[in-house]
Ligand binder design. Structure first.
Ligand SMILES: [Cu+2]
Length: 219
């Protein structure tokens, strides 16, 4: 929101500056400055109104904190993901331990549309959260979809420690983006391979290796 306000202020200032630069020498300079100031003032009013609207949207009464126990295909718990709703997006903190040597390296991570990790290959978690049907991939010109997250790295000692931030979902639908806690919930999924962030449908990330149903948590 601050960025939005700043952007509008910059537009307002540019309008004033452009007006000053293109001033007709025959015209009284004072009137151009006045017009510029007027434009800036109107822009500021609009910015304020937009910010007020956005603040209303932020004050949702849904959950602001969630967790997902992360399980592998053997149904063993390998870690946890914590979700914290911020004013502009969701901060996700991931910790995993005891992963096998074969897991060392980068892994695609996504938010899948159903809170269900019950079947063997985790396809029960459905596809990506992507109600508007955008292309997959943080680097795709027609993307990203709402589920896309950066790749995350498993170290050779079998651990992952990461924080990622996304503005493309919210816990309860605030900010006008899809809710993690919709009717059938959501899951966080880690794939076998690295996500190339371009190719369809999931960037070549391969099978689903770790899955966690996202559940409401206390503060
Ligand atoms: Cu995925």
């Amino acid at each position: 929101m601050t960025r939005f306000t700043t952007a509008l202020s910059i537009i307002a200032l540019s309008a004033a500056a452009a007006c000053a630069q293109e001033a007709d020498p025959a015209q009284e300079p004072g009137s151009m400055i006045e017009e510029g100031q007027q434009a800036a003032s109107q822009m500021a009013d609009h910015a304020e109104a937009a910010v007020a609207g956005a603040v209303d949207a932020v004050q949702g009464d849904g959950p602001t904190e969630a967790r997902a126990a992360l399980i592998d295909r053997n149904r063993d718990t390998v870690g946890e993901a914590r979700f914290q709703q911020g004013p502009e997006g969701v901060l996700i903190t991931i910790e995993m331990d005891g992963l096998p040597d074969s897991a060392t390296g980068w892994h695609g991570a996504h938010l899948h549309m159903i809170g269900d990790c019950s079947n063997e290959d985790f396809t029960s978690s459905g596809g990506h959260i992507n109600p508007s049907g955008r292309a997959h991939g943080l680097l795709n010109p027609d993307g990203p979809d709402n589920a896309d997250l950066p790749n995350l790295y498993v170290h050779s000692d079998g651990t992952m420690r990461a924080q990622v931030f996304t503005t493309r979902v919210s816990l309860d639908g605030r900010m006008g983006v899809p809710a993690i806690f919709d009717a059938d919930g959501s899951a966080i999924v880690f794939h076998d391979n690295e996500d190339d962030h371009v190719s369809q449908p999931i960037g070549g990330a391969g099978a689903r290796h770790v899955c966690g149903v996202i559940e409401e948590a206390g503060e």
